[in-house]
Design a protein around this ligand. Structure first.
Ligand SMILES: CC(C)(COP(=O)(O)OP(=O)(O)OC[C@H]1O[C@@H](n2cnc3c(N)ncnc32)[C@H](O)[C@@H]1OP(=O)(O)O)[C@@H](O)C(=O)NCCC(=O)NCCS
Length: 198
């Protein structure tokens, strides 16, 4: 297994690996058909085994809060990290992260940020990789039978059927009967300590 830079010829393998990895998670239907590309500079690595893409990590980075939701200086957002399910728990995720962190340190990044839903095993992985939870809000899905009569489109002849929403308030209990509701959690890891902590 080798970790190397993403190459445009990897796109099909990247898309397949990501889709299969996320099938086991609360993001199971968040399927991309093309590799995402970024406005800002990025670190894009893949893990390759016998010619197959078995893991991937994408980190976009920028100053201040351009891509990260918090912090000062150069910070990186992990938009995608995924390991093919046939290769879970073999250290590939950790190796991808370490490789990305080494690049990030050389580039002068001081921290990494990642958002994930409440898949406890994925959160366990982030905690084991020394990330800390620093924020959260909710992802709420409304299927047709869950849409309250007040949830209306103001566009004539347009009727909401299924809806996805972000909820940042305190009264999440009001949606407790929805079938799909997730806490979306922000993980942060300092790869260089901020000055006031050193
Ligand atoms: C999260 C993910 C990237 C981890 O990669 P990985 O190569 O499987 O994990 P590693 O081998 O680096 O680390 C394994 C450790 O993580 C934790 N972990 C990973 N999967 C776990 C599981 N199913 N149950 C419990 N702990 C788990 C454990 O601490 C484990 O150590 P152990 O096997 O000694 O108990 C990978 O499982 C994945 O692709 N998940 C789906 C996609 C995803 O959720 N990405 C992140 C959201 S943005």
């Amino acid at each position: 297994m080798i970790i190397r830079d993403y190459n445009h010829r990897d796109e099909t393998g990247w898309v397949r690996c990501r889709a299969l990895a996320f099938l086991q998670t609360a993001y199971f239907d968040n399927v991309l058909t093309k590799k995402e590309h970024y406005q800002n500079p990025s670190i894009e690595l893949v893990a390759e085994h016998d010619g197959q893409i078995v893991g991937l990590i994408d980190v976009e980075y920028a100053e201040e809060q351009t891509v990260c939701s918090r912090g000062e200086g150069l910070g990186g957002m992990i938009w995608h990290i995924a390991v093919h399910p046939d290769f879970y728990r073999q250290g590939i995720g950790q190796q991808l992260l370490v490789a990305a962190e080494n690049r990030a340190k050389k580039l002068g990044l001081n921290r990494l940020e990642a958002w994930t839903r409440n898949d406890l095993w994925v959160q366990k992985w982030y905690k084991r990789m020394q990330f800390n939870i620093v924020d959260s809000y909710y992802h709420v899905y409304f299927e047709e039978d869950e849409l309250h009569p007040n949830y209306k489109s103001s566009i004539p002849d347009l009727y909401l059927v299924n809806t996805f929403a972000h909820y940042v308030g305190k009264n999440i209990e009001q949606f407790k009967d929805n079938k799909r509701i997730y806490e979306c959690v922000c993980f942060e890891k300092f790869i260089f300590l901020p000055l006031n902590n050193s």
